[in-house]
Design a protein around this ligand. Structure first.
Ligand SMILES: *Cc1c(COP(=O)(O)O)cnc(C)c1O
Length: 377
């Protein structure tokens, strides 16, 4: 059994072949030579592509190193999320979704309701997700740590309870990445993520994926991708595969810096509600420590400044941090989350994504920007 770093640099690579590159380049093909029967691994470009296959193999190795699993890659995280929900739920089924999950989940929930699926929502953490389950539940959707609130729920316990009721369990693993958390090992049926964020980490690719161990579930998701055509481009898939080699390095550095930043923010009187699952006294910490791996609690720190203007002055004063959405990239980003209107957050709420900068430089930049924002009062 190898470690994460060793696994990541080789994940999904073909056996070495003389004069061939370690990671073969992207294959651009709308169709493949296909004499005779209409079958085989590569027929039409919407169904399969060797560049996707290698990336899918790599993600499977990272999400499930000890048991066979299958991954299906998508054009975006939303493509992956929609594929699970829409391939699994039928009219009359009940889905339990987080009320504090990714900001587009409610739009998808509305669509499900219009198809006759009953949708119940419950906040991440606490007992509400457990009590929302009943014998009509077909699918329990979890997002842990949640974005942007950074609450955490017990995947193991909830998966057991859901399975006892005959429901499937999906976990949005975007924030943790498989280096920080492996939902399938904790009992989930699907690990789903946006690869746009920390997985690829360079802010230049949109991608999503679904990993599962049950081949029938994988086939349903794969079939859905083919039907709706939510396929990634070969270039995106190749860039994503290339970036996986540094995933453990990035995740380690970002998690350590995030913890340092969260600690520094705590000492500032104008900053309230600092959340990071790695802080020992964070309400999410006990559950996070029981299911997240190797102290890697993610790259996101959230906190609240006294108001909208104060938060905007802070963001403008930052020099090493871009005011941008998304998270998980090598360059730190931060944003006033309330500007989107989709999340239940205070006007001064900041979602901060720690990049790969030197921790001391980043913390110093934040403290200086806080000083400037305060003095502008
Ligand atoms: C960004 C994000 C998504 C959506 O992914 P896209 O690649 O932007 O479609 C889903 N879930 C979480 C937790 C996210 O952060």
């Amino acid at each position: 059994m190898t470690g994460d770093g060793t696994r990541a640099v080789r994940a999904g690579l073909p056996e070495p072949e003389r004069y061939e590159p370690a990671l073969p380049g992207p294959v651009f093909a709308a169709h493949y030579h296909l004499p005779g029967e209409a079958s085989g691994p590569f027929t039409y470009g919407r169904d399969a592509n060797p560049t996707w296959s290698r990336l899918e193999e790599a993600i499977s190795e990272l999400e499930s190193p000890d048991a066979d699993a299958e991954t299906v890659v998508f054009a975006s995280g939303m493509g992956a999320i929609a594929a699970v929900l829409l391939s699994q739920l039928r009219q009359g089924d009940t889905a339990v979704l987080p009320s504090d999950g990714y900001q587009l989940l409610p739009a998808l929930a509305e669509r499900l309701r219009s198809f006759g699926v009953r949708v119940r929502t419950a906040p991440t953490g606490g007992d509400a997700q457990l009590t929302a389950l009943d014998d009509t539940t077909g699918l329990l959707w979890l997002e842990t740590p949640s974005n942007p609130g950074l609450d955490v729920c017990d995947i193991r316990g909830l998966a057991e309870a859901a399975h006892a009721r005959g429901a499937l369990v999906a976990v949005d693993n975007t924030l943790a990445t498989p280096i920080g958390q492996r939902p399938l090992e904790l009992g989930a049926d699907f690990s789903v993520a946006s690869g746009t964020k920390a997985l690829t980490g360079h802010g230049d690719v949109l991608l999503g994926y679904v990993t599962c161990r049950d081949p029938e579930l994988a086939a349903a998701v794969r079939g859905w991708r083919k039907t709706v055509g939510a396929i990634p481009g070969p270039m995106e898939a190749w860039l994503a595969h290339r970036s996986l080699a540094t995933l453990p390095l990035r995740v380690d550095r970002q998690a350590r810096t995030a913890l340092a930043l969260a600690g520094a923010l705590r000492d500032r009187p104008e900053v309230t509600g600092v959340r990071h699952p790695g802080l020992p006294d964070d309400p999410a910490h006990p559950v996070a420590a029981g299911q997240m791996r190797g102290g890697r609690f993610g790259c996101v720190v959230s906190f609240t400044l006294p108001g909208k203007e104060h938060a905007e002055r802070f963001l403008t004063a930052l020099r090493l941090v871009d005011d941008a959405t998304s998270f998980g990239g090598v360059r730190s980003t931060a944003e006033r989350r309330g500007r989107w209107g989709g999340d239940a957050v205070a006007e001064g709420f900041i979602r901060f994504s720690v990049g790969a900068e030197d921790p001391d430089d980043l913390v110093a930049d934040v403290l200086r920007a806080l000083d400037e924002a305060r003095d502008g009062d």
